[in-house]
Design a protein. Structure first.
Ligand SMILES: [Fe+2]
Ligand SMILES: [Fe+2]
Length: 242
């Protein structure tokens, strides 16, 4: 069932292009966070690994953006939509999630656990996207190539977490998992609040506004046309502002 939904999401060229461009931005953003992590970590091995990881994410961002641009150029001018396509962002989100990483305030074990969970989820999602993109070989190859890197990221973060925190690495992973779950819930709740808000405002528009419009029109009919003389006590020369 979910496979069919993903097939539908990725079938449309315009939506596919916009998704790839958004994925590109997420990957590049992740790359910047990792470069920052390599600057602040006191661990020499992690510094090298974060840097390699950051360069990988930057490359993924460029690959997604390039392909997204190609797809947009392939679309003819006539078929340009007048509005932004529905992106189904909560059904097919970017690989690393939209969670912003606070690298400066995160310890290496917390960061590694967060990265491990994010990379695992990216690898799972990209596997699905690769499988449903059978009709678009170039995009499929990009997912295939990026997937190999994500699997490496997923594995090295777990190995390094076990090294820097041999006794508490499982606890860190659970904490990262719960934090991710909580952020997913907040995203869902925000989306739901948006839908409910639009619904309530639409009902208000059709239920509360008509009486005011009717009163305003009635008042307008009572207004005398043209200039109206004002009482003499208000007709003094201006001595003050009010
Ligand atoms: Fe990536
Ligand atoms: Fe990655």
């Amino acid at each position: 069932m979910l496979d069919l939904v993903h097939r539908w999401i990725w079938r449309d060229t315009e939506r596919r292009a916009q998704k790839l461009l958004r994925f590109g931005a997420t990957e590049t953003d992740g790359g910047r966070d990792l470069v920052r992590a390599s600057e602040v970590t006191p661990d020499p091995l992690l510094r090298r690994l974060y840097l390699v990881h950051g360069i990988d994410e930057h490359r993924h961002g460029e690959m997604f953006r390039r392909r997204g641009g190609e797809l947009l150029r392939e679309l003819s001018v006539d078929s340009k939509p007048k509005f932004q396509k529905f992106q189904a962002e909560w059904l097919a989100p970017g690989g690393h999630g939209a969670d912003d990483l606070d690298v400066d305030n995160e310890s290496d074990d917390g960061l590694l656990a967060f990265l491990h969970i994010s990379e695992k989820s990216a690898a799972e999602r990209f596997t699905v996207y690769r499988d449903v993109l059978q009709e678009d070989a170039p995009t499929r190859e990009i997912f295939e190539e990026i997937l190999r890197d994500e699997v490496f990221h997923m594995n090295y973060t777990l190995v390094q977490l076990a090294r820097v925190s041999p006794k508490r690495h499982r606890w860190h992973i659970w904490r990262a998992r719960l934090s991710r779950l909580w952020k997913s819930y907040l995203r869902l709740a925000t989306a739901l609040a948006g839908v409910i808000g639009s619904l309530v405002l639409t009902i208000q528009y059709f239920v509360l506004l008509p009486p005011f419009a009717w009163l305003a029109k009635r008042q307008q009919r009572r207004e005398q046309p043209g200039w109206t003389p004002i009482p003499p006590e208000r007709n003094d020369s201006l001595r003050r502002q009010y």
